[in-house]
Design a protein around this ligand. Structure first.
Ligand SMILES: CC(C)(COP(=O)(O)OP(=O)(O)OC[C@H]1O[C@@H](n2cnc3c(N)ncnc32)[C@H](O)[C@@H]1OP(=O)(O)O)[C@@H](O)C(=O)NCCC(=O)NCCS
Length: 149
């Protein structure tokens, strides 16, 4: 994995096409996809398509939904990062983690580091995050970033 960001407990780095199964595993849990748009990425074909037509295309611009691994044992725990959304002309911060790793502060840690990278390294002026109002966990993360309005 090409590492982009390191935090106290995590590495954030680029996905590769061979990581399709990781996305299938992550998206096959309805608790994880309940408030998101990609609940349908539950086959290798769909995950490869997502990688080729979306995720990998962000990396040349230094943006990306980055794979998040634990430093302690290299386990893949989800993704976090910045993405340019063409139709809205905005850069969004997003995050998604395996259910068993919720509530350990990983989303907050990864999101803070992604935001810091966007602002200090990429010199971005506008980064947004959106969540369904019922998605309390995601809104908690935004509040932790000092962001929620
Ligand atoms: C949103 C998500 C990434 C949060 O991950 P996480 O690693 O549990 O987040 P953190 O541990 O950093 O927790 C952030 C805060 O949310 C709280 N929280 C976590 N899960 C919660 C839940 N289900 N309900 C209410 N609060 C919750 C934590 O207690 C913590 O609060 P605190 O900082 O005030 O103590 C995770 O729930 C997830 O992957 N959800 C599915 C994908 C998704 O919805 N992504 C966001 C789309 S907008």
């Amino acid at each position: 994995m090409k590492k982009i960001i390191e935090t106290e407990r995590l590495y954030l780095g680029e996905f590769i096409i061979n990581d399709a199964q990781l996305l299938v595993d992550l998206n096959s849990d309805s608790r994880v996809t309940k408030y998101t748009e990609s609940g349908d990425i539950t086959s290798i074909e769909a995950a490869e398509k997502k990688l080729k037509t979306d995720i990998l295309l962000q990396y040349p611009n230094k943006l990306g939904r980055w794979a998040v691994h634990l430093k302690s044992n290299n386990e893949f725990i989800g993704w976090c990062g910045l993405k340019y959304v063409e139709k809205e002309n905005v850069i969004t911060l997003g995050y998604r983690f395996f259910y068993k790793h919720w509530g350990k502060g990983f989303a907050t840690e990864a999101a803070k580091a992604s935001l810091n990278y966007g602002v200090t390294v990429l010199k971005l002026k506008n980064i947004i995050a959106k969540a369904a109002k019922e998605n309390t966990a995601s809104i908690h993360v935004m509040k932790n970033l000092g962001w929620y309005i």
